[in-house]
Design a binder for this molecule. Structure first.
Ligand code: FES
Length: 160
């Protein structure tokens, strides 16, 4: 299947130009610019790289490098809700394995996958800065702490 060519919307272009204006050089605006695309499309398609790089004034390959390096920039379509499970040391010690297993069981997917109904994508993430509440995870912008396997199903219910 051939994808239609990517075209920036006027709003996206405007928002990226606004972002660039905040920095002395365009390179510093790279992640912000990619986040603008992700906020409006849900992810960053390949076709977005060249036009965004042109606005911020860096090479497409350099922007591609940033997009690839930064794990919270999604390069494939994701579900309506993105679950990010903290796999850093404190959470690891307070029950990470059980939470990961409970999520994989409840959703029927593994890390990097999206449920068939397009509702959830499951990903690992490093420390969320709430180590005293481990194990932690984020669903979209919501932080969930002291998660236990038996809370997982109820927690997911809130995200349609
Ligand atoms: Fe999980 Fe810090 S280790 S929030």
């Amino acid at each position: 299947r051939v994808e239609p060519p990517f075209v920036l919307t006027g709003e996206e272009r405007h928002a990226i130009e606004h972002e660039v204006a905040h920095y002395p050089d365009g390179r510093a605006a790279s992640i912000g610019a990619l986040k603008i695309i992700q906020a409006s499309r849900g992810w960053v398609p390949d076709g977005a790289i060249a036009p965004v790089a042109e606005i911020i004034g860096i090479g497409a390959a350099e922007l591609e490098g940033v997009a690839t390096f930064y794990s919270l920039i999604f390069r494939k379509p994701v579900g309506r809700h993105v679950i990010k499970v903290c796999d850093s040391i404190s959470c690891f010690l307070t029950g990470y394995d059980e939470i990961r297993a409970a999520l994989e069981r409840a959703l029927g997917i593994r890390y990097g996958q999206t449920t068939a109904d397009g509702r959830f994508t499951l990903l690992p993430i490093c420390c969320l800065g709430a180590c005293d509440k481990g194990p932690t995870l984020m669903i979209d912008d919501d932080l969930h702490g002291d998660v236990t396997p038996d809370k997982v199903a109820t927690m997911l219910e809130a995200y349609k």
